[in-house]
Design a protein around this ligand. Structure first.
Ligand SMILES: [Zn+2]
Length: 266
């Protein structure tokens, strides 16, 4: 970690940041940081971000000569924060760049779609299904976020088309039912069941193997009888899904099957 310098910063016209260097230890640790004067700041604040490194925010008119001493006194915090920023930068570098997917595989229902884009004058991106598994995005196709949002809305429609009848079918098989079904795009849950009997299903389920979707549906249907994870609840689930322990484990590892483009939309 010795000798590691934080990024030097391009000047920002709105919030000018003055670059500075401080040698924390006489031998080889040189710390780059910048100072930003803020009219709203009441006290001196240290700010570490992966993009900008260490920024010292000072109140207007604060004597800058006092900054090095403040940094010296916060060495422990800075060390931890630098490690954190470094980790963040590494993660960002390895994260796949978002793009409109070329193919969308809805594993659970055995559908594969080839995605094509078609620019139109419309300000809104729309997605339409065509023959032979062709999925066409129309509208402002250079607007990545607009395209991904349109694909996400389409995924939501697909989820409604497939998951709602599937849940009904599982309801018939298990003798259980719910009052209402909601399709969502949650980030941390595959499904849930409310005390009023509303089952919420994640549209991301479409990207899982069908056995796992089936397990989620049975799990949520059993919650309409037991609103908890008690022994009685699990024995009820096992009655319909003998391999539930395997499914549960597999499900926990299955978030990686959800494509990053869908994760990026809400
Ligand atoms: Zn549960």
């Amino acid at each position: 970690m010795a000798g590691m310098a934080l990024s030097s910063l391009p000047p920002d016209s709105k919030n000018p940041e003055d670059g500075a260097t401080l040698t924390l230890f006489p031998r080889n640790l040189v710390l780059d940081y910048s100072i930003r004067e803020s009219a709203r700041a009441k006290t001196v604040r240290l700010n570490m971000t992966p993009e900008r490194g260490l920024v010292v925010v000072i109140p207007a008119g604060y004597n800058r000569k006092r900054v090095p001493a403040i940094i010296e006194s916060k060495q422990l915090w800075i060390k931890k924060a630098r490690q954190w920023a470094e980790d963040q930068r590494r993660q960002q570098a390895t994260r796949p760049q978002l793009a409109v997917p070329a193919v969308i595989d809805l594993q659970s229902v055995g559908e594969s779609w080839t995605v094509a884009s078609h620019r139109t004058a419309s300000s809104r991106a729309t997605v339409r299904e065509h023959k032979n598994g062709l999925l066409k995005i129309s509208g402002p196709v250079d607007d990545l976020q607009a395209c991904l949002s349109a694909l996400s809305r389409w995924t939501g429609r697909k989820a409604r088309t497939h998951l709602v009848p599937w849940l009904e079918e599982m309801g018939d098989q298990t003798g259980l039912g719910c009052e209402r079904v909601i399709i969502g795009n949650q980030s941390s849950r595959w499904g849930s069941c409310s005390p009023s009997g509303t089952i919420s299903l994640n549209q991301k389920l479409l990207f899982l193997p069908d056995r796992l979707v089936r397990y989620v549906l049975v799990h949520e249907l059993c919650h309409t009888v037991h609103m908890n994870h008690s022994k009685r609840f699990w024995s009820r689930v096992r009655q319909h899904e003998p391999a539930m322990v395997d499914h549960r484990r597999e499900l926990g590892e299955s978030w990686q099957l959800v494509p990053p483009w869908l994760e990026s939309t809400r």
